[in-house]
Structure formats: structure tokens, C-alpha cells
Design a protein around this ligand. Structure first.
Ligand code: 5RP
Length: 239
């Protein structure tokens, strides 16, 4: 069975958790898109939907879901979103879709957060997926040096690489010959840190946040309440 079928199962199961009248945070990515489609199909009354990216806003708008903003709806009942890795204790890596800042803002405003993912996303140790770090464009190479220092302090030898729209590996040389840096909805850059294994996610999260120029990172710790994992047989619940 394909990962996409598992994602669809998880998204559809999550849509059943939504009740009429709720304010719902809409995640970003292919799994969240299945949730948004299943939610729209339920045609529930009096929903308010707060999207975590322009891409999700566009999808939700096209499907006729009523959109709101974090400014107008600062208290969200339930957010449903995907993840790049789901580790022990529902510690997550997010940001593969470059929406991690808005996602974290919406998650933190939510009474309940539900992660949806395909089975391959569940890991014993976070870090095989490169950790996305959102960085202000001004002085970003200086910020990247400071990120490298923090990573080294966590026994991670590989410096983070700026994400480009090019399918080739990001590098100064590629960037200088014209590859476009990926920009987030907030206009920032993404650096991806190939950590291998993150042995102390909480300390790494704290250390990255202390770097001036780092806007946010993709470690979502103590935020998810539950996960719905799509499998070949149906869905698994993780709490
Ligand atoms: C976007 C995210 C996504 O939720 C994450 O990348 C998972 O994406 P997908 O559901 O397409 O596998 O964090 O910033």
C-alpha cells in the first residue's frame, strides 16, 4: 500500500474528530491536504478554519471551508497537521513544507493538537529527516555559522544547508549560479540540518532558539496530544 493511501486514511480519520462550531487549525503538507478535503466533505456547520500556510488557505478556500486568521480566532479548539518524523513521546520534526513558523504559532494557540502521518514517519530517534530551521534572510550566512557551532556542540558535524528550489544539493556555488532560495510565507529562509540522531531534542531546541537570526526550528516538543498513523490495515492511535 502506498504512503499516500496511509496519509489519506489518517486525514480522513482525523476529520471525524471535528465537530460543528469548532475553530480548527489546518496543517500544511500532503497529509494535511487529505484532512482538509475530508473536513470539507463533512460540510459541518459554523466551522472557523485557521490555515498554517498560504497553500493550505488556497486549498481550503477552493473547497469552500470558512477561513479565519489567528488574529480573529486566537483560541483554536483542534489543530490537525502532518509531521516529517514522529518520535517517542510524540516529539516531532516538522517543516518539510517550510511552514513550521505558522504551524507552531497555530499549534501553540490550540487546546488540542492531532498529528497525522503515514507509518514510515514513526521513528525511534528523531534526526534522520533533516531538521528545518527558519532563519531571517539578513545576515543568514553569519546565522548559519552560529547554527553550525550549536550543532557541533550536539555532536552533529554537518553544517545546516540553505534550502533551494533547485533539486540539487544547496551550496554557495549552486546559489551563486542562480538556484533560488526557498522563501517561507513570512519571507524567511530555511536551513536544513542533517542531524542523523538528535539525542537531546529539548536541549537542541533551546540552544537553537537562543541564536539571533533563528526565527524558529522544526522541533515540536510537548505539543502533540495524539497521533493518528495511517497503516496498511487501517489507523493506529499514539498518545
Ligand atoms: C510542513 C510540514 C508537514 O506537515 C510535513 O512536512 C509533512 O508533510 P507531508 O504530509 O507532505 O508528508 O511540517 O511544514
Amino acid at each position: 500500500m502506498s504512503a499516500d493511501t496511509q496519509k489519506k486514511r489518517a486525514g480522513e480519520a482525523a476529520a471525524l474528530r471535528v465537530e460543528a462550531g469548532m475553530t480548527v487549525g489546518l496543517g500544511t503538507g500532503s497529509t494535511a491536504a487529505w484532512f482538509v478535503k475530508a473536513l470539507a466533505a463533512r460540510n459541518l456547520a459554523d466551522l472557523r478554519c485557521v490555515p498554517t500556510s498560504e497553500a493550505t488557505a488556497e486549498l481550503a478556500r477552493d473547497l469552500g471551508l470558512p477561513l479565519s486568521t489567528l488574529e480573529d480566532s486566537p483560541r483554536i479548539d483542534l489543530t490537525v497537521d502532518g509531521a516529517d518524523e514522529v518520535g517517542p513521546g510524540l516529539a516531532l520534526i516538522k517543516g518539510g513544507g517550510a511552514a513550521l513558523l505558522r504551524e507552531k504559532l497555530v499549534w501553540e494557540a490550540s487546546a488540542r493538537c492531532l498529528v497525522i502521518a503515514d507509518a514510515a514517519k514513526v521513528v525511534k530517534t528523531l534526526g534522520a529527516f533533516a531538521l528545518p530551521i527558519e532563519v531571517v534572510a539578513f545576515g543568514h550566512k553569519t546565522t548559519a555559522n552560529r547554527i553550525a557551532d550549536v550543532l557541533a556542540d550536539h555532536d552533529i558535524a554537518m553544517p545546516a544547508r540553505v534550502r533551494t528550489a533547485s533539486p540539487q544539493a544547496a551550496s554557495d556555488r549552486v546559489a551563486s549560479i542562480g538556484a533560488q532560495y526557498v522563501r517561507t510565507d513570512g519571507g524567511n529562509l530555511i536551513y536544513d540540518a542533517k542531524c542523523g540522531a538528535i539525542h537531546d531534542p529539548a536541549r537542541l531546541a533551546d540552544d537553537l532558539k537562543l541564536i539571533t537570526g533563528v526565527v524558529e526550528h522544526g522541533l515540536f516538543l510537548d505539543l502533540a496530544d495524539e497521533a493518528i498513523i495511517g497503516t496498511d490495515g487501517g489507523v493506529d492511535l499514539l498518545t
